[in-house]
Design a protein. Sequence first.
Length: 113
Amino acid sequence: MTAADRVLHISDAAAKRLNAMIEAEGGKDLMLRVTVSGGGCSGFQYGFSFDDKTTPDDLTFEKDGVRVVTDEMSMNLLAGSEVDFKDELVGAYFAINNPNASSSCGCGTSFAV
C-alpha cells in the first residue's frame, strides 16, 4: 500500500454534519475519531467518537474545517474509504463507504475483508 492509498475521504454531508455537531458542543478542537475493531456480525466493526487529542500513531484528514482521525491499525482496513453522513427514514448516522470490504451487514456498522 502506497502513501497515496492511505487516505480517508470525508463527504460533503459528513463535513457539514460534523461542523454542526462540533459547533453545538462548543469544542473547536474536537475531531471525529474513526476506529476499526474485531466484532460485529461480519468480523470487523466501525467505531465513531469525538476526541480532542491525537497520538503519534494517528493519521489526520481534514475537509471544510473538520478533522477526522484514525490510528495506523485501523487505517490498514480503512484506506481509500469515505466517511459519510446519512439522514434516512430509519435515522441519521455516520457510515463508512469502504472499497476494501468484501461484505457488510445490513446496518452498515460491521464488515468483512
